[in-house]
Design a protein around this ligand. Structure first.
Ligand code: PMT
Length: 221
């Protein structure tokens, strides 16, 4: 018999990096491959959910049966997430969203010049924080990619973004974070409970993340 605790539930997953254009041929991005987010989308589908995967540019085949919305910039991702937020039951923000973007996008290719070049950057919109502010019935799961003081920063994110759960990974640890097929996660809950997991596949980590959410959803489930 199939175990489908998320049957009838709408789950939004964001995955991959964003691209912030400098000019028509250049952009800023990061090391996210989308593997963690795609694993969450697939696991949510297998647990019975109706899944919308909002993905930055990656080289992965999306899981069958999942609605995919492809985006590029943090602004595009924000617009797509907000569009489906009202109807969502669970939102999992796995994407590595740029915190800064060039203040000006040049219309034509920037030409080389002698000497140094400075580009002015401005903050992008914080999607998770906005979702936290507009939260009604949704169960909001953020990620925290850290290189040090993981617990301190994860707990801070739980509060400042009004998330229900934060999944932290130390991206400097071997086998964790960007790129590979495995991760080492620690889950932080609002009531102060924390659960550390050993190294496992991103697919197994995804199932643990969703099961922890299902257990905690209470009235929201
Ligand atoms: O894609 P992979 O190669 O499999 O790698 C997986 C991963 C390392 C990208 C993933 O496990 C992970 O940690 N994702 C979160 C990356 C990140 O941007 O973390 P952060 O600590 O900078 O951001 C915290 C949270 O705020 C995240 O949920 C992020 O989606 C969200 N955020 C950040 C900035 C912004 N402008 N808007 C946001 O919503």
């Amino acid at each position: 018999q199939k175990n489908t605790p998320l049957l009838g539930k709408k789950v939004i997953v964001t995955a991959g990096p964003t691209r912030e254009a400098v000019d028509p041929v250049r952009f800023f991005t990061n090391h996210s491959t989308g593997k963690m987010g795609y694993a969450v989308a697939e696991a949510a589908r297998d647990l019975g959910a109706d899944v919308t995967l909002i993905s930055g540019p990656v080289n992965l085949e999306p899981p069958a049966g999942v609605n995919v919305i492809n985006v590029e910039s943090a602004k595009d991702m924000f617009d797509a997430v907000i569009e489906s937020y009202d109807g969502a039951d669970i939102v999992v923000k796995t994407a590595a969203v740029a915190d800064y973007r060039p203040k000006r996008i040049h219309d034509s290719k920037m030409k080389k010049q002698d000497g140094e070049l400075s580009l002015e950057l401005e903050r992008t919109i914080d999607i998770l924080k906005t979702l936290g502010e507009q939260k009604a019935h949704q169960f909001l799961i953020g990620f925290a990619a850290e290189t040090n003081d993981v617990t301190t920063y994860a707990k801070r994110k739980l509060e400042s973004k009004n998330a229900d759960m934060i999944v932290a990974n130390n991206v400097k640890q071997a086998g964790a974070g960007f790129g590979g097929d495995t991760n080492i996660i620690t889950v932080f809950h609002r009531d102060g409970t924390t659960r550390e997991y050993d190294l496992m596949s991103k697919r197994d980590a995804a199932v643990h993340i969703l099961k922890e959410a299902i257990e905690r959803m209470g009235d929201k489930a």
